[in-house]
Design a protein around this ligand. Structure first.
Ligand code: G3P
Ligand code: MG
Length: 249
């Protein structure tokens, strides 16, 4: 796939939808990223206890909602009763947890590219990878904008590859592993997404020479963003939608 997939994603990606400007991983966040000129958003997807795909970063709801406890132990109905906006600011009070489908619909209606990060709850790696890939395949079937699927979990990536081999994948990790070509080949990835502070020009060139793209998470400094793009970094995730702005790329 790395040889045939035509990479045409934008160079700047709004992290968790709207970066710091809106409550992460909500529809309000996607709207915010879009309003601030971003044509690509990243968001994290996991399974509720009853196997609904929802957007959430952490294993627990504690930080980003008015509830407490493990996401994996709550049904979608229970998650839906929580406020996922008020922790950010009063303006967003009452913002619900979004379903995967509502975000698929919103991004396609507005021609927004997506990086779907598969963020499984512990011990649900394979089923999350499978269900995210199947849903992405179904919901982006008639779209010219295939989502990029990524994960820190190799189990989740392998499951995604099996369920939807045609969807582009990226391996998410911190630093470039010595055996990165073996992993990317095995997972049939088009890209590797690395921690920005550990990236340098030499690593970017090694990745490109091997035939892969490289994305950097999470770049919140304007000068650093410029430098990484100058070095040929293919895309950056940012929380600072007002500093690391789309016109930079
Ligand atoms: O996908 C890039 C970035 O979101 C990875 O880290 O913890 O913010 O999901 P995290
Ligand atoms: Mg993420």
């Amino acid at each position: 796939a790395k040889n045939t997939f035509e990479w045409r994603y934008p160079r700047l990606i709004a992290h968790r939808g709207g970066g710091y400007l809106a409550p992460e991983n909500t529809l309000a966040a996607m709207r915010c990223g879009h309003e601030y000129g971003f044509s690509m958003v990243e968001f994290d997807v996991k399974l509720s206890q009853d196997n609904m795909l929802v957007l959430m970063h952490d294993d627990t709801v504690d930080r980003t909602s008015n509830g407490i406890g493990l996401a994996a132990s709550k049904t979608f109905r229970e998650l839906s009763e929580l406020d996922f906006g008020g922790w950010h600011s009063a303006f967003y009070t009452g913002e619900p947890i979004p379903t995967f489908v509502s975000v698929a619909r919103f991004t396609q209606e507005n021609n927004i590219f997506c990086n779907i990060e598969i963020k499984p709850c512990p011990n649900r790696e394979t089923e999350t990878g499978t269900l995210v890939a199947k849903a992405a395949k179904q919901w982006w079937l008639h779209s010219h904008l295939p989502p990029l699927l990524s994960s820190f979990s190799l189990e989740a990536l392998a499951a995604a590859k099996q369920a939807a081999p045609e969807l582009p994948r990226a391996f998410l990790t911190e630093d470039l592993p010595d055996n990165f070509t073996v992993i990317l080949e095995e997972m049939d990835c088009v890209a590797i997404n690395l921690k920005q502070s550990l990236l340098d020009q030499e690593k970017i060139e090694r990745i490109h020479q091997a035939g892969y793209k490289v994305c950097a998470w999470t770049v919140n400094d304007y000068q650093r963003a410029k430098q990484l793009l100058h070095w040929g970094c293919d895309a950056l995730f940012t929380d600072e939608l007002l500093r690391v702005t789309p016109d930079l790329a």
